[in-house]
Design a protein around this ligand. Structure first.
Ligand code: ATP
Length: 379
């Protein structure tokens, strides 16, 4: 049983506040992802837990033991870094076994555990090779092996796949996921890649400018983003944001009052009662393109199409509003064509134009999402 808890953790470097008000619980065996743009404080959050960075204030507990001032060596935490940090002059076997050697584990047990870890990572044939001759993916497996051989209480990974090519990244991703499940180790994993985060994590912690913006399952942060930042950061291509005026369910884009003039159904409209202006958020997947004039549709002109196999990404303009839509490749959309877009009323989001906070009860969104899940495309 290992649970991790951050309580009001802050780290400042002089005037620079790297992280602030970090309150986070990671349950036993959970795979938690810290996700956010470069410089948002992910690594600092991880390093505070590892003991490599000392928080300015706040506490960190492991299973209710305050470890804030405990030496990194005594936390039983293993960390894997983006640059692997392997010992280049040692063989794979020596690298993987190194933590046990330092811990004084006898040679026979060490060899047994190295063999076991090598089997788990499917690298027994590499054991006697030199590190310098291995590919990036092989080196990353050795780095994982060196981390797990200690059977740590908590496993920390800081962008472990960032240096791998796209194909290798995907295969290592699933390997890490399986390994984490099998070992059942409480894990915190840092990435700025939202697709990687969505595919790996039980729980996502979305950060921006040193603060946690939202904590939730991949499904929750995707379908019920609490603010415009989370809505825009999660999902690919990014959500469309359109400044609109609203009156009794009628939505008009400020920069396209004639072309973008639609009425929401009563359920969707009820969320925005009393709101006269807001930022409307619509995921590119939740527009439908029609090639003929359609009731309650937005008129737009196709600017660019990007084929993606079964789908295409279509960039359009409705007067002065630019929109991105994901459409089936069977839709015939060519640059210069006029088309009509309808939107999934239930799946639009409203955000306060000033603060970016969500308008309306996210629980209603969940119900709507569930109801229409047969038609939506998952991230
Ligand atoms: P990246 O994805 O680029 O690694 P990150 O989200 O992990 O970024 P951190 O490395 O935690 O972000 O940095 C958070 C902020 O703290 C940044 O503004 C960074 O410049 C600052 N920072 C981090 N370490 C130090 C340091 N040792 N001295 C001064 N400032 C630092």
């Amino acid at each position: 049983m290992v649970t991790v808890e951050y309580d009001s953790v802050k780290k400042a470097y002089g005037e620079t506040i790297a992280i602030e008000d970090i309150d986070l619980e990671v349950n036993d065996g959970e795979f938690t992802i810290l996700l956010g743009p470069s410089g948002c404080g992910k690594t600092t959050t991880l390093r505070c837990l590892a003991g490599l960075t000392e928080p300015t204030s706040g506490t960190i507990t492991l299973d209710d033991h305050d470890v804030t001032d405990v030496h990194p060596k005594n936390r039983n935490i293993a960390m894997v870094f983006q640059n692997f940090a392997l010992y280049p002059h040692m063989t794979v076997r020596e690298n993987i076994g190194y933590p046990l050697k330092v811990a004084g584990v006898d040679k026979t047990e060490r060899q047994d555990r190295i063999d076991e870890v090598a089997e788990t990572l499917e690298i027994p044939e590499l054991l006697d090779r030199d590190i310098a001759n291995l590919s990036g993916g092989q080196q990353q497996r050795v780095a994982l092996g060196r981390a797990i051989i200690r059977r740590p209480a908590v496993f920390l990974m800081d962008e472990p796949l960032a240096n791998l090519d796209a194909k290798l990244k995907i295969s290592m991703r699933s390997r890490i996921k399986v390994l984490q499940r099998e070992m059942d180790i409480t894990t915190l994993y840092v990435t700025h890649d939202q697709e990687e985060a969505m595919s790996l994590g039980d729980k996502l912690v979305v950060m921006d400018k040193g603060s946690i913006q939202q904590i939730g399952t991949p499904d929750e942060v995707y379908h019920q983003p609490v603010n415009r930042f989370v809505a825009g950061f999660i999902g690919s291509p990014s959500m469309n944001f359109i400044e609109v005026t609203h009156s009794e369910g009628r939505i008009q884009a400020v920069d396209a009052p004639e072309a973008f003039d639609v009425s929401l159904d009563d359920t969707a409209a009820s969320r925005y009662t009393g709101t006269e202006q807001m930022t409307l958020g619509v995921r590119p997947q939740y527009f439908t393109i029609h090639t003929e004039d359609t009731a309650n549709a937005i008129e737009a002109v196709v600017k660019v199409t990007e084929p993606q196999g079964d789908e295409q990404i279509v960039e359009l303009e409705a007067e002065d509003v630019s929109l991105t839509v994901v459409a089936p490749s069977t839709i015939d959309a060519t640059r210069g064509d006029t088309v009509w877009l309808t939107l999934e009323d239930e799946l639009v989001h409203g955000f306060d134009s000033e603060t970016g906070e969500r308008i309306g009860d996210p629980k209603e969104m969940v119900a709507a999402t569930r109801a229409s899940s047969s038609t939506e495309s998952q991230p």
